[in-house]
Ligand binder design. Structure first.
Ligand SMILES: C[S@@+](CC[C@H](N)C(=O)[O-])C[C@H]1O[C@@H](n2cnc3c(N)ncnc32)[C@H](O)[C@@H]1O
Length: 276
């Protein structure tokens, strides 16, 4: 289909859905990836942890009919949505979305030129196995380009979380909190993860942004926080202490916001490009 034949009626609900396809959170990291990722003609690209289709469809829109784009994710509802986008985007490259685990990919060895992964690595149960699999499915000299949020993420929140646990006499929870904070990794640990899978790092780019909130209550009630972060924070405290801990934490965050005039959360980002 040529661009003169494409048709996206502006009054169609489908066109509106295509326009609003992306979460703001993913977009910060995706922008970093899209500014760096090497693009060329005739590429076979795999997006690992593609979720509902970002950056898969943006990448596919920037490639042409000489390329093939594949996505993999075990989240059935998201894969369903990505397949809907596949049917509606009127794209030039061929697209395949696979419901599956990137730690055990159903692809042959050495079939992809490029693997992208936006905000995946912190979400994988077996990140080392996923990186090994990325290496297996990449052709020689193929590249893995990933973004992730690294340690220092929401450090303002974690400082208050730690003092909350101390002030409530819940020091037993501190080791779990420390492990949780450290699971995000650092430049060094992500470099090690890739080098252990025999990738050579060719580029690392750091950046950061801030999320600003009027209060701790606004922060804790934010949609992204409730679906993306709160479940793991809740798992750090005994269920019988949950209400007491989060009420105290909310109060302390609100006091801090009143004092500072806002609640500002830092999000450090890392882009890594590695070659097989
Ligand atoms: C934070 S989301 C990022 C989604 C998307 N790339 C974006 O930028 O919006 C992390 C994604 O990793 C996926 N994921 C988790 N475990 C996975 C695995 N073992 N293999 C592939 N994807 C996985 C999740 O289902 C989710 O879609």
């Amino acid at each position: 289909m040529t661009f003169l034949e494409k048709n996206f009626p502006i009054e169609s609900p489908d066109t509106v859905l295509l326009l609003e396809e992306l979460s703001l959170w993913s977009s910060y990291f995706g922008k970093m990836l899209l500014e760096q990722v090497p693009l060329r003609k005739g590429v076979s690209l795999l997006d690992v942890g593609c979720g509902p289709g970002f950056p898969l469809f943006e990448l596919a829109n920037r490639l042409d009919a000489s390329s093939q784009v594949t996505g993999i994710d075990p989240w059935a509802a998201a894969v369903e949505r990505a397949n809907w986008k596949k049917d509606h985007h009127q794209l030039l490259p061929s697209i395949e979305i696979v419901l599956g685990d990137a730690a055990k990919m159903p692809f042959a060895d050495q079939v992809f030129d490029l693997v992208t992964c936006n905000l995946g690595i912190n979400n994988f149960d077996e990140p080392a196995q996923v990186v090994q699999e990325c290496r297996r499915v990449l052709k020689q000299n193929g590249r893995l380009c990933l973004t992730t949020n690294i340690e220092g993420h929401f450090m303002e929140f974690y400082t208050v979380f730690e003092s909350t646990l101390r002030e409530l006499g819940l020091e037993d929870c501190l080791p779990k909190l420390k492990t949780h904070v450290q699971h995000r990794g650092t430049d060094e640990s992500i470099r090690d993860l890739l080098e252990e899978a025999r990738f050579s790092i060719v580029k690392m780019v750091r950046d950061k942004f801030h999320m600003r909130f009027v209060s701790g209550s606004a922060f804790l009630n934010h949609f992204l926080i409730v679906i993306g972060f709160l479940p793991s924070w809740r798992s750090l405290v005994p269920p019988e202490e949950e209400v007491r801990v989060f009420a105290y934490l909310e109060k302390k965050l609100n006091e801090q916001a009143d004092w500072d005039g806002e609640l500002k959360m830092t999000v450090p980002m890392l882009y890594v490009e590695a070659i097989k």
